[in-house]
Design a protein around this ligand. Structure first.
Ligand code: C5P
Length: 291
């Protein structure tokens, strides 16, 4: 079977505090977008992995990784254990989402494997339970198992669908990366935890999504990790300014970076802005949110 493993952007990402386990408590509105890795799963006695990428930038960081550490392989092992399954799976990952870019690429692959093998092995694990299992693999996996726009809380393990948040429409944006990689652990460790509660951030984003207005979503964007990421990687700030100068309605960063994204009015505008940035030597793609 062949599955689309959609990348995500964080429309909001609030750091609420430190947890006793060393992780941070988050509140984030996560939206999958139309950039996807292609994941193929075939029945096999063994667990095998084949990673293909058309450009080294897309697989950098994955190359040095032992196959057993790949999140897609960890997803197979997890389902074998939970489902008491002896068969394996041959996985092919065709990478289109850059690794280490804050777009949840590795997590998206793992989420697709969990959903795919749950079907292929007839395990019948309910989607919400599969999402909870996914938190063992990575903080972004539960949201991507659930699919569609999601409110993510805790370390990432508490997820609830925001499907009612927008009725049929989609938002257009441009993803851009100056060929940088951010270490998630390092960015989190540099981030000063805000003490005040800001309930308006989630409220404003939900209202904006419901309104269907890209301009309203653009005004409600928030990422508490952005300042720390830009201190460590000044080229991210340049990319941010470049998106603003190209006419984006609003700009933010996804996850812990290094991908920065700009909201635009429609697909034509997204294509125009992405083309401008590619001409400047950046990695940039036009996308839209998917449900
Ligand atoms: O769970 P994941 O492997 O994606 O997290 C990578 C690193 O990011 C963690 O080791 C931790 O340092 C940091 N992190 C955090 N709080 C979170 C998620 C990640 O501090 N909620």
């Amino acid at each position: 079977m062949t599955l689309a493993a959609y990348a995500k952007v964080n429309l909001t990402l609030e750091i609420l505090g430190m947890r006793p386990d060393g992780y941070h408590d988050l509140r984030s509105v996560v939206a999958p977008v139309s950039l996807a890795d292609v994941v193929t799963l075939e029945p096999s006695d063994e667990v095998a992995l084949d990673v293909r990428a058309s450009h080294p930038f897309l697989s950098a960081g994955l190359d040095g990784l032992a196959a057993g550490d790949n999140l897609a392989v960890r997803a197979v092992r997890l389902l074998q254990r939970v489902g008491g399954v002896r068969s394996g799976a041959a996985i092919t990952l065709e990478k289109r989402i850059p690794a280490g870019g804050g777009l949840g690429g590795g997590s998206a692959d793992a989420a697709a494997v969990l959903n795919g093998l749950n079907d292929m092995w007839h395990l019948g694990i309910p989607r919400q339970d599969l999402a909870a299992l996914g938190s063992e693999i990575g903080s972004d996996v539960p949201a991507l198992v659930l699919g569609g726009p999601v409110l993510m809380e805790g370390r990432g393990e508490r997820v609830s669908s925001l499907h009612d948040a927008y009725d049929g429409g989609c938002f257009h944006m441009v993803l851009a990366n100056p060929h940088a990689f951010c270490s998630t652990a390092k960015i989190f460790s540099q981030c000063k935890v805000p003490l005040q509660n800001r309930p308006e951030i989630l409220y404003n984003m939900r209202q904006a999504m419901r309104s269907g207005s890209g301009a309203a979503v653009a005004r409600a964007l928030q990422n508490d990790l952005a300042a720390a990421a830009m201190r460590l990687h000044p080229e991210l700030e340049e990319t941010w300014r470049r998106l603003e100068a190209a006419g984006c309605l609003g700009v933010s960063m996804s996850g812990s970076g290094a991908t920065v994204f700009g909201l635009v009015g429609d697909a034509v505008e997204a294509g125009r802005v992405a083309h401008e940035l590619v001409k400047d030597g950046l990695w940039a793609v036009p996308v839209e949110t998917v449900r």
